[in-house]
Design a protein around this ligand. Structure first.
Ligand code: ATP
Ligand code: MN
Length: 478
């Protein structure tokens, strides 16, 4: 038997009338004659032509949707429409049967909700095959972007003693017997007796450790899982997500914005080149979905156009203060259409405001800078006005915030003063403060939520559909 060839390679093959072996799963079987076989290397199936008159009927019966097959045969130019080549089978081996009455994934359209409940099998659909190939490409492109620029990939810890943002959204990590938790004399949990001798949690961000690396290696990035126990049951939040966090010594806020914009454009372009077929498929999928919506709610651009548009335009850069002015004067604000009306300067922007700016006002990606210090983290660099900090959020159409970042406060006195004001324990972060004591320098960084990027590039509407096994409130199955 000839060596197995992946279906993607077969479909691109210039050579016909050669013996091939192909392995994969049955997507459809019609007229007892044509098998659509897929192995995940491409969204396209290879057509296997079965000589049903000379095939054992018992074997034919076992060719069911979902079954795993090994097929040996001849690759020929296709007689039919829809494919250029097909395989005339000479030998079909059933590697794994699939009971057609019980197999949940049928050759028809399933709802995304149904497929989420069958996340263990949803890889076998065209939509999820495309999504996870694109996700793979984007992950690779992220590494390539930073590697080309001489960044060091730094692995920051998953278990930490600090809650980086102090937002109290961290999952506890403990080795205690939960039915018998050791207490101190005063009745508090005695973390000294726990595995690490201190209270620990899953990381909410690798930034603080990333900064330590940048203070010696200059340009670093992390790319790892991040955990947040926030109870936001939205289409843009996961309890476990992957975050990319570059941290760069000697960069200021403008450098930081340039780096983020370059990175986003680089990885989107990379996916467009590498996964053209998958993105074409996802564009059509989205078009079908848009047709279900009322005319005035439909997107003006197709997925492909949106991605290209994003590559071809500079992101709009403006300050928070300028954004507030725009929002205050906006029609939805005046007509009281915002759930959270914009009354004045100082409040955080909600997703509805971010999306108004991006989708209605500027109609392109937006970078907002210089937010009020009250709504941002302690480590952001304080501006001379005494009111704002050197923060930057990048807002994307359909997504809202995709990146959050800032110039970091490198001046020890300013940093300590802000930590005191915000009640951040300085003694616990002695190691972080040490970088400001020994050779401190201006630096900046940001966090890109990887799944939000995958959402944008695949045109999917729910973040739970762009990670293989989503974790969200009340769900950690699979
Ligand atoms: P949001 O306001 O959308 O909750 P955030 O301000 O909490 O975001 P940051 O702490 O700045 O976000 O985190 C950096 C990036 O990580 C965000 O820009 C976003 O892309 C992503 N992100 C944050 N929280 C989540 C989450 N729960 N699930 C998926 N991605 C997230
Ligand atoms: Mn959040």
């Amino acid at each position: 038997m000839s060596q197995r060839v992946k279906i993607k390679a077969l479909l691109q093959s210039q050579q016909t009338d050669v013996d091939v072996t192909v392995k994969g799963w049955v997507r459809a079987f019609r007229s007892n004659r044509f098998i659509a076989l897929n192995d995940g290397s491409t969204n396209n199936n290879i057509q296997i032509v079965v000589d049903f008159e000379n095939t054992d009927p018992a074997l034919l019966k076992r060719i069911t949707v979902g079954a795993a097959l090994s097929v040996a045969g001849k690759l020929v130019a296709s007689q039919g429409k829809g494919q250029t080549v097909e395989v005339i089978a000479t030998d079909i081996e059933i590697l794994g049967d699939s009971d057609p009455d019980k197999y949940p994934i049928q050759p028809k359209k399933h709802s995304l909700e149904f497929l989420r409940e069958n996340a263990h099998l949803r890889f076998r659909t065209s939509t999820f095959g495309a999504i996870f190939r694109v996700r793979n490409t984007l992950a690779f492109a992220v590494h390539q972007f930073f590697q080309e620029r001489g960044f060091i990939y730094l692995h920051t810890p998953v278990i930490t003693q600090s809650d980086a943002e102090g937002a109290g959204e961290a999952f506890h990590v403990t080795n205690f017997d939960l039915t018998n938790i050791p207490k101190t004399d005063t009745g508090e949990v005695d973390f000294k007796q726990d595995f690490f001798g201190a209270a620990t949690n899953l990381t909410v961000s690798g930034q603080l450790e990333g900064e330590l690396g940048a203070m010696a290696l200059s340009d670093v990035y992390t790319f790892g899982p991040t955990f947040r126990a926030e109870n936001s049951n939205t289409t843009r939040h996961l309890a476990e997500f992957w975050m990319i966090e570059p941290e760069v010594a000697f960069n200021d806020l403008t450098d930081n914005m340039d780096l983020a914009e370059d990175m986003l454009k680089y990885v989107i372009k990379y996916a467009l080149d590498k996964n053209a077929e998958d993105i074409e498929f996802l564009t059509q999928r989205l078009e079908e979905e848009e047709k279900q919506k009322p005319q005035n709610e439909r997107s003006e651009m197709s997925l492909l156009e949106k991605l290209q548009f994003c590559l071809n335009h500079d992101f709009e850069r403006l300050t928070y203060t300028e954004a507030i002015e725009i929002l205050k004067e906006s029609t939805p604000n005046k007509k009281k259409k915002f759930v959270y009306p914009i009354e004045g300067w100082g409040t955080d922007l909600q997703s509805e405001h971010e999306r108004y700016l991006v989708e209605k006002h500027f109609k392109k990606p937006v970078i907002l800078t210089d937010y009020p210090k009250e709504i941002k983290a302690f480590y952001m660099r304080q501006n001379d006005d005494g009111k704002t900090v050197g923060a930057m959020d990048i807002l994307f159409p359909g997504i809202g915030e995709i990146i959050g970042g800032s110039a970091r406060e490198e001046r020890l006195d300013k940093l300590e003063q802000r930590m005191d004001e915000m009640g951040i324990p300085k003694d616990e972060l002695w190691w972080y403060l040490d970088t400001r004591r020994f050779g401190s320098c201006p630096h900046a960084g940001f966090g890109l939520g990887f799944e939000r990027l995958v959402l944008f590039v695949t045109g999917m509407g729910n973040i739970r559909d762009v990670i293989p096994f989503p974790r969200f409130p009340k769900n950690a199955e699979f």
